[in-house]
Design a protein around this ligand. Sequence first.
Ligand code: ADP
Length: 258
Amino acid sequence: ADRIVIKVGTSTLIRQNSQINLPVIKKLAYVLSTLKKNGKDVVLVSSGAIGVGMGVLNIDQRPIKISKQQAVAAVGQAELMQIYNEAFHEYGMSVAQILITRDIIDYPESHTNVMNSFQELLSMDNTIPIVNENDTVTVSELDHHTKFGDNDQLSAIVTNLVDADLLIMLSDIDGFYSANPLKVSDATLIDTIKQIDPEIIAAAGGHGTKYGTGGMTTKLKAAELILKHNQQMILTNGKDPEIIFNLLAGDPIGTLFS
Ligand code: ADP
């Protein structure tokens, strides 16, 4: 794969105690910078703004009120980008912040603009675009006209948009299981999924942690979009981002949607 989108979930970035998982971010910066230096095109889609914001503001529970969530996300986004900026600078990389809304799907002009920006950024030698949904202007998680719902689907849309070969989705679980392993102890990892049929959809349970958002349902929606465009997605555990090297070397890791 020469053009890769990596999506990292909140459950990978934030520890249960609201602290940001700095070692993972530093490792991620190392891995992505190495790929970039080796000539790969790399885009990072990062969740975690609300989780980071909760830590900064010392809030225990994810706010219920949408406007409160947006405010917390705005605080967290700035902090998160600062952390990425520092981490990537260690490897001589700059980061570029791209905040996206549904406008890029609904309005051809917005679509063209974001495509052009991506092409320009990807042609730069020492820059890593970091994408998130623009929480401030997206109204409600349930309002499909304004919000993608989560970064899982956003990462698939970005993968389509930049015509990447592969979407690597890093989560807090090793892959897609026959059932939610938190609830079903003998659930087994599925190594390859060719299509998202009702049986697969039925195997997807909710999210695992208080910070995670979409769970497997939104990851399957993302996979559907990827398969529709004849692209590939790998879902795997992000606890050690160096797994990306193994994965790109062809080791069978996680669940391949292909
Ligand atoms: P992220 O923050 O990485 O997007 P989520 O918490 O939203 O992560 O989703 C990952 C969680 O989905 C896992 O920790 C697991 O508890 C849950 N899950 C539900 N059903 C499944 C399944 N069939 N296979 C794997 N994980 C599942």
